[in-house]
Design a binder for this molecule. Structure first.
Ligand SMILES: Cc1cc2nc3c(=O)[nH]c(=O)nc-3n(C[C@H](O)[C@H](O)[C@H](O)COP(=O)(O)OP(=O)(O)OC[C@H]3O[C@@H](n4cnc5c(N)ncnc54)[C@H](O)[C@@H]3O)c2cc1C
Length: 336
């Protein structure tokens, strides 16, 4: 983490709210579920991106907030099933929903599995996938336990997320997908998103070294592909994207076994788009919506000052850092 990143993050309390709000707009599709669906449709129609919709909210504080959060997700799933792209595809075919344990229940250690299964079962009726984000380390074990429970109960529309930065992740993946870990569903129907990890964790349990995290990320991509699960490669780190593309190319792994994911507003990733498209792989954009864009942005920036650095660099040098995206209508194959 550079002095620049730390400096920007430490200025947060004195940065006027409207400026943070402007920054948040780059990363959030709007306040309502409808705003999110509109963005999903436009992104798909223009660029062919799939999406995952996140309704912002962490740390619900009382039972009525928890119930409301579950209802919001059910409403979103219904609207996804009712919406259509320009070409007539159902929006639910190109969209999953992403949610956080602390966003749907007050006491995840007791309530996560039932709350999650309510949403997963509801989504299953409409063919919508659900992905459980991974939060900070106090929640890792219970989040993975709930994920395993969904697979054991045979839910094909469910995916989990693991963080490369954590020391434990290699073992977690090995245990979850050990040869004797039997699930009533095929491994290819089990989705796992691999991320670096956004939270600042103690050096006792996680690496903070950029190159070490990258090394672990490459290793986990290989481990997950070896496990036979569907791998969601969620990073904007171009060398890691190219590394994953090389692995799948060299091993002849079909594009039906993996996809690439990015966060709305982080556009440097589009430089790798021609190669991803050439492999026939999906690109999925994580699209947050919600009223608490300010709070969400401030929490993310406090948790990880490195993001503050990225944000300011992208605001200052956006046009230089980002490659112009080619709309679907103008796309040509890399090799004729
Ligand atoms: C689809 C998706 C889902 C995720 N889900 C989770 C989750 O459930 N749990 C979790 O802990 N983390 C999650 N993350 C976040 C992840 O852990 C990383 O913190 C985040 O992706 C940044 O790491 P990076 O791999 O992109 O590499 P970095 O080295 O951080 O970024 C590579 C490059 O991307 C650009 N960049 C990255 N972030 C930004 C930004 N915010 N603004 C502008 N430019 C930027 C910069 O040019 C940077 O040099 C998710 C990420 C994605 C893409």
């Amino acid at each position: 983490m550079s002095a620049f990143d730390n400096g920007v993050a430490s200025l947060l309390p004195i940065i006027p709210r409207f400026i943070v709000g402007r920054v948040a707009r780059q990363y959030i599709a709007g306040e309502t579920i409808e705003d999110g669906i509109e963005r999903i449709r436009t992104n798909y129609d223009t660029f062919g991106d799939d999406a995952t919709l996140d309704i912002l909210g962490e740390f619900v504080r009382n039972p009525s907030q928890a119930r409301e959060a579950v209802q919001h997700y059910e409403r979103a799933i219904l609207l996804l099933a009712q919406g259509h792209t320009q070409g007539g595809r159902k929006v639910s075919e190109i969209t999953t929903v992403s949610l956080k344990a602390t966003g749907i229940c007050i006491n995840p250690s007791k309530e996560l599995t039932p709350a999650l299964e309510q949403i997963v079962s509801y989504a299953e009726q409409f063919g919508v996938g659900v992905t459980l984000d991974m939060e900070n380390s106090p929640y890792t074990s219970l989040t993975l336990a709930a994920a395993q429970e969904m697979w054991l109960r045979g839910h094909r529309n469910f995916g989990a997320c693991v963080q490369a930065m954590l020391d434990r992740t290699e073992n977690d993946v090995a245990e979850l997908f050990a040869p004797d870990a039997e699930y009533p569903i095929a491994r290819k129907d089990i989705r796992v998103r691999i991320v670096k990890g956004i939270y600042r964790e103690s050096a006792d349990i996680a690496s903070r070294d950029r190159e070490e995290i990258r090394k672990r990320y490459r290793q986990r991509v290989r481990q997950l592909l070896d496990a036979g699960v569907y791998v969601e490669i969620a990073t904007h780190d171009l060398p890691l994207i190219y590394d994953a593309l090389n692995v799948v190319r060299e091993r002849g792994i079909p594009a039906s076994r993996y996809e690439f994911q990015s966060l709305l507003g982080v556009n440097n990733v589009h430089k790798a788009e021609p190669e991803i498209v050439e492999m026939g792989a999906k690109r999925r954009v994580y699209i947050p919506v919600g009223k608490d864009g300010y709070g969400y942005s401030v929490r993310r920036l406090r948790e990880n000052p490195e993001i503050a650095g990225h944000v300011v660099k992208s605001l200052l040098f956006g046009n230089m850092l980002n490659s112009k995206r080619v709309p679907l209508s103008e796309r040509r194959p890399l090799r004729a």
